[in-house]
Ligand binder design. Sequence first.
Ligand SMILES: Cc1ncc(COP(=O)(O)O)c(C=O)c1O
Length: 376
Amino acid sequence: MNERIRALKPYPMVELARRKRDLLERGVDVLDFGTGDPVEPTPEFIRGAFRRALPEVSQYPTIQGQSALRAAFAAWYDRRFGVHIDPERECIPTRGSKEAVFHLPLVLVDPSEQKRGVVYPVPGYPVMEIGSLYAGADTFEFKLDASNDYCMDPAQVPTDVLRDARIVWLNYPHNPTGQDLPEHLWRAWCDARREHGFVLCSDECYVDLWFGDKPRSLLEFDREGCLVFHSLSKRSGMTGYRSGMVAGDAELIGLYQESRAGFGQAMPVPTQEASREAWSDDVHAEERRRVFGDKRAVISEGLRARGIEVLAATSTFYVWAAVPEGDTDESYAARLLDVGIVVSPGSFFGPGNEGWFRLALVPSVDGCKQAIERWV
Ligand SMILES: Cc1ncc(COP(=O)(O)O)c(C=O)c1O
């Protein structure tokens, strides 16, 4: 086995699924705030589009997908950010953003070159590290905490790391803390990219789940050497469909498209049709924001009333909360499991986060209220 991969811990969400199974087998009524996989139904107009597109004859879909899908994405991007994307040259569909985040370093990183670094946030989405390790990259963890307001700032990265970086990952709105990046730091990263020549990648899969100011997108600030990663999983309740989109620098998109032909990650046509409908509608996304906002209010206020510190957040459906004194993240998660509540220990999101735990706002508003009643 590849030695670099052997050193990786098991994928955290697999462990959560195992814990949940154990509880269910013991007959416990489980409130699952573990994996970020919401239970609100996918809107009927999206499901209908999928059903109608089931073909009589099944044939391979193409990597670039249908132009109508790309046009619908570009139209959404224009409505949402006021930025024009050329649907023919500047975006390609992906099977959700996870595989796209994973595969990108395989295309861009040459392990025999000095410039083979990948910079990513910790705490953060584990796939940024995993994809980098498979690609043979050098990794640099940008530690986010209260001292930097959970904001990545190029001024805090050593110059030699920026010089040797091939990819820098931003993820705002940020999983797991729900923070956004202020405008001056978007601009600072674009300046750093121009100076050091890395590819600046922005994972924006939570950009439509906001409760304060509307989150921004990287392409509002620059395009050359920049890629944004979008997803319908959270925006439209489509985690099971596997639908995302990468957009940005036309040369990079062309390169990625060419390489992806070998990855076997083309989007099936019924998913394309459902996705086209989803990108074309904003009303359902607004309704989802309202639902997650209600849940966030119940959980944040309830936890605070119980003396637990909750990080104030402006977006995502995650709540990042501090482990009470006397516990570690693992021991606290285990105590919550005893009362049927599943949360993610902070260390699932990288080293140094043992003082925190994450709730994904998956159970209904009533489920959130029940959880607060049971809380330990
Ligand atoms: C930061 C981040 N990026 C990407 C993903 C993957 O999302 P998708 O369902 O689009 O693959 C997730 C999922 O939780 C995430 O938190």
